[in-house]
Ligand binder design. Structure first.
Ligand code: PRX
Length: 635
């Protein structure tokens, strides 16, 4: 069952201006799409030609061990070679790579030259501490420039990074450290959010206790509050960066195209998060052209992807794609509403942001405060606006278009996933828009909407979204779990060899694609991806809870709100106090993003005869909808 049901306004069109189309990096979507379709390998090889390689690939694609596809086989490269090294030998060394603003108003700018030096210094520090090619490094930080430095330094020395979003708490962090077996953790003392300190280092201390594989913790000082530093284990970043080993030049490790660049944990259908693995070669080829073509990125643009670097959107579109393209990327640390609901609009005006990319939940959150806040600021620098993470509801789309974009900026709705690495379904500036539709596949990408047997569904009918051919930045495996990789994504359509996205979608009479929502046990809450099982295991780890089930209920602001059902251990009674205690427990164990909006205490849960909880029954019941087929229900 899809999470959100809405009737798409399939007849509402917004056509791009002639200026926008003529001046675009790629002015004709149809022509490029059709060309790529004829020879996808040649299409991707052409993209790869724009990058530097220590050694060119022998073969573009090796599909001899499906679904373990290999791209740019035999090629030697490094993400850092393309994101940094190659820029500092050109005029771009003096261009701003990163503009950062702290929530407290502090500002930092890093030119490509400065960023390259800082990355080199930190690469030398990591090497000095014994981190070698292939070692996994976990990064758990707020939105500070050092997170980009840390990621790039890891890339440079060939140590795959695993960034854990700072909104996760101890258990989530501990299980990700454990799965990746990271000996080194890079963290912050704290992060600023809404004027308060998020005590990241306290959570690190607890997580490291639960997952003692960590031998070294490097701590960036951001908030400066009192924290515990464990002698022999914890080191200040600024102390290490002042050591003689922290030289401003560092060798870039020569990596095989298929060597891992990073692991990024994301939620799946079981409690254990999946480590999505991306590689140096393929991942550097796909996101840059999507950014350059879809958002029409030009040398002089000021690009602001307002996501968190701890999610795939931040990996691909704050750090890697913009830097590969030599763009200026903006990072803002804090809350959009701090100290007032016009913080974002002030940033747009102050820095002359030309392209803003955010999530529907953020737009809805800012829309609540009314038009007066954005109208106080000069937003005329904006030329394109983007959306990602969940379907954008037409009201939010129209507000974004009218109030922020002054009806002159296309709204670029991009559909993709942690697993896809880059945009998959998205308009180019020449494509007409319909609010709520991500429109058409990116060139080189083949998608379809099919029924459970793989037959294409009729126009405007719901079906499973599948990707029919491989692409360079596709997930390579679930880290350490090839079986899960196969069963999750490839099992369902194994005869056809298609990738199962896990989303329900439909195609309208104009061939436009509408992604409705997840059709598995994954929730999208404020654009964040969470497994029902993660929240459930957070709840049952409390001594009062015997069993629990979690569903998402459509919510105006958050897209979905978490509703939890708990069976208490025998003899206990539910109460408001216990509900509050359980919420606090989930916050502590999993993180603030996982806290249920509501907890209901129940005597039993609907289950199949094999014992699987039927969440769709709970959901239908909560929404007052028909319960559907109950033939598998236990009782
Ligand atoms: O359900 C789709 C939704 O987000 C899921 C992927 O989540 P994640 O891996 O966290 O990546 C989010 C950022 C790329 C998808 O399976 N989703 C993402 N973008 C859209 C979307 N749903 C509808 N429209 C979108 N533009």
């Amino acid at each position: 069952m899809a999470e959100q049901g809405f009737t798409p306004p399939t007849s509402e069109w917004y056509h791009p201006s002639a200026d926008m189309v003529e001046g675009a990096n790629v002015p004709d979507y149809e022509a490029v799409y059709n060309l790529a379709l004829q020879d996808p390998e040649a299409f991707w090889a052409n993209r790869a030609e724009t990058l530097e390689w220590y050694k060119r690939w022998d073969r573009v694609l090796d599909d001899s061990r499906k679904p373990f596809y290999k791209w740019f086989v035999g090629g030697k490269t490094n993400m850092a070679l393309n994101a940094l090294d190659r820029h500092v030998t050109t005029w771009r060394r003096n261009k701003l790579a990163i503009i950062w603003e702290g929530e407290d108003g502090e500002k930092v700018t890093l030119s490509y030259w400065r960023l390259w030096q800082e990355v080199n210094k930190f690469a030398n520090v990591l090497r000095g501490m014994g981190v070698a090619k292939g070692d996994r490094v976990t990064i758990y930080m707020g939105r500070v420039p050092e997170i980009a430095i840390a990621m790039l330094a890891c890339a440079k020395i060939g140590a795959p990074h695993s960034v854990v979003y700072g909104g996760f708490s101890e258990q989530a962090l501990a299980s990700r450290i454990e799965d990746a077996q990271s000996k080194v953790l890079i963290a912050c003392d704290g992060a600023w959010l809404r004027g308060k300190i998020v005590p990241l280092k306290d959570m690190v201390d607890e997580a490291v206790q639960r997952s003692p594989v960590v031998e070294t913790v490097i701590v960036v000082k951001r908030t400066g509050h009192d924290i515990h530093m464990e002698p022999g284990r914890d080191f200040w970043y600024h102390d290490l960066m002042a050591l003689p080993i922290a030289k401003t030049e560092a060798e870039t490790e020569v990596m095989d195209a298929e060597d891992p660049l990073f692991i990024l944990y994301t939620s799946g259908t079981t409690g254990k998060p999946k480590g999505v693995l991306h590689t140096h070669g393929g991942y550097q080829v796909h996101p840059p052209p999507t950014l350059a073509w879809v958002f029409d990125l030009k040398e002089e643009d000021r690009w602001w992807c307002a996501a968190d670097p701890g999610w795939i959107t931040g990996h691909s579109y704050i750090v890697y794609a913009p830097l590969i393209l030599g763009a200026t990327s903006i990072i803002y640390e804090g809350a959009p509403t701090y100290p007032n609901p016009d913080r974002w609009w002030r940033i747009v005006a102050d820095y002359g942001v030309t392209i803003l990319y955010t999530a529907p939940t953020a737009i809805r959150g800012l829309m609540r405060f009314g038009e007066a806040w954005p109208n106080r600021h000069d937003l005329s620098s904006l030329r394109l606006l983007g959306s990602v993470g969940e379907p954008i509801n037409p009201e939010a789309w129209r507000w974004y278009h009218r109030v922020i974009g002054k009806e002159a900026c296309p709204i670029i709705d991009t559909w993709w996933q942690t697993e896809t690495g880059g945009f998959m379904i998205t308009p180019l500036p020449s494509v007409g828009l319909k609010p709520g539709s991500a429109t058409r596949p990116f060139p080189g990408i083949q998608v379809d909407i099919v029924d459970d047997d793989g037959n294409p569904v009729a126009t405007n009918e719901d079906g499973n979204l599948v990707i029919k051919s491989p692409w360079p930045s596709m997930i390579r495996t679930v880290y350490g779990d090839d079986d899960r990789f196969i069963s999750q994504y490839w099992e369902k359509y194994k005869n056809q060899g298609w990738y199962l996205a896990g989303d329900t979608a439909r195609r309208d009479e104009d061939g436009y694609l509408w992604v409705i929502g997840r059709n598995d046990d994954v929730l999208k809450v404020s654009g964040y991806r969470l497994g029902t099982a993660e929240v459930e295991s957070g709840l049952v780890s409390h001594s009062a809870v015997a069993e629990s089930a979690v569903i998402g209920i459509p919510d105006e602001l958050r897209g979905n709100a978490i509703h939890a059902y708990c069976i208490l251990v025998a003899g206990l009674e539910g109460s408001d106090a216990l509900e509050a205690e359980l919420k606090a427990h989930v916050r502590h164990e999993v993180g603030p993003i996982a806290v249920p909006a509501q907890i209901e205490f129940v005597e039993n849960l609907p289950k199949t005869r094999s014992g699987k909880i039927m969440r769709r029954v709970l959901k239908a019941q909560a929404l007052g909808q028909p319960l559907g087929d109950l033939s598998t229900l236990e009782d």
